[in-house]
Design a protein around this ligand. Structure first.
Ligand code: NAD
Length: 278
């Protein structure tokens, strides 16, 4: 029988621990504060920003909300980031992506002070992760490490295959698994014999963005499978990149969608904010 890795329960546990850390900070007269910037009215982004604000409220982090019109110029956005970088009462700055097309995302990410880069997207944060120095780590991959550890899944020495090489998931995920002493293989859209490579994995992490692409043929018997993908099917049901019903019986543990990796992303963002506050 396989274990379902319960991201909802683990994220709640983590948020409750963070609540205590925030109370301790408040007793010392410190108030962690996250500034959230949203440009335009993308419906998915609006939901994500709302969820982040709710999580801040739950934990006791102050959130400042900047909801800017679609017509905001890059200069205006950079000026706001500059102001928040200089504001000592702000510990974390988050710019919700994607940004409107007329704004250069890289320039915006690079404008955020690495000390307040709670999304972990700044090149300095990524570089620090790469060479094993302290720094903020991208929330989804960091959340996956928490899921594995809190589910008592051994990482050191294991064969880990990460499918996907995006800057926000696949690449930092691979670096984190390496930091945890796994033997890591990174696959992507040009990988030959993906099934064969994926079947080597003791821990298979899937971040492709293709609904239910990973079937049982990609999975070694008894592997741990982590599904990062999230898709809304017709009829509004959610699914991941992994065909859960086909794959789950062949695993020793697997994350569901919803309720697996998703809830951990916001919890880790909160953790980064509390770390910044401390
Ligand atoms: P992305 O589109 O930036 O990257 C996808 C990666 O998959 C690319 O590196 C590409 O090379 C690889 N790929 C595409 N097709 C492939 C194929 N046929 N075979 C092998 N590799 C292939 O996506 P992303 O931002 O990394 O996100 C991946 C998925 O995770 C999406 O469904 C996204 O919605 C989801 N996501 C979820 C969370 C969360 O909190 N749960 C966070 C971020 C992303």
């Amino acid at each position: 029988m396989y274990q379902i890795i319960d991201g909802k329960a683990i994220s709640t546990q983590l948020k409750d621990e963070l609540k205590e850390r925030v109370s301790a900070l408040k007793e010392q007269g410190k108030q962690p504060c996250l500034a959230v910037i949203l440009v335009g009215e993308d419906p998915a982004s609006t939901v994500y920003v709302g969820n982040k604000k709710k999580a801040c409220e739950y934990i006791g982090i102050k959130s400042l909300s900047y909801e800017l019109p679609e017509s905001t110029t890059q200069e205006e956005l950079l000026a706001l980031i500059g102001k928040l970088n200089d504001d000592d009462s702000v510990n974390g700055i988050l710019v919700q992506l994607p940004l409107p097309k007329h704004i250069d995302e890289d320039a915006v990410i690079q404008a955020i002070s690495p000390k307040k880069d709670v999304d972990g997207f700044h090149p300095q944060s990524v570089g620090a992760l790469c060479i094993g120095q302290p720094g903020f780590v991208s929330c989804t991959p960091a959340g996956i490490i928490e899921l594995l550890k809190r589910s008592n899944i051994e990482i050191a020495g294991k064969e880990c295959v990460v499918i996907g090489r995006s800057n926000i998931v696949g690449k930092p995920m691979s670096l984190l698994m390496l930091r945890e002493n796994a033997t890591v293989t990174i696959c992507h859209s040009k990988t030959r014999d993906l099934k064969e490579v994926a079947r080597r994995a003791d821990i298979l992490i899937v971040a492709i963005g293709k609904p239910k692409m990973i079937t049982a043929e990609y999975v070694k018997e008894g592997a741990v499978v982590i599904d990062v993908g999230i898709h809304r099917l017709e009829g509004k049901k959610l699914c991941g990149d992994v065909d859960f019903d086909d794959v789950a019986p062949h695993t020793s543990a697997i994350t569901p969608v919803p309720g697996g990796v998703g809830p951990m992303t916001i919890a880790m963002l909160m953790k980064n904010c509390v770390d910044a506050g401390e």
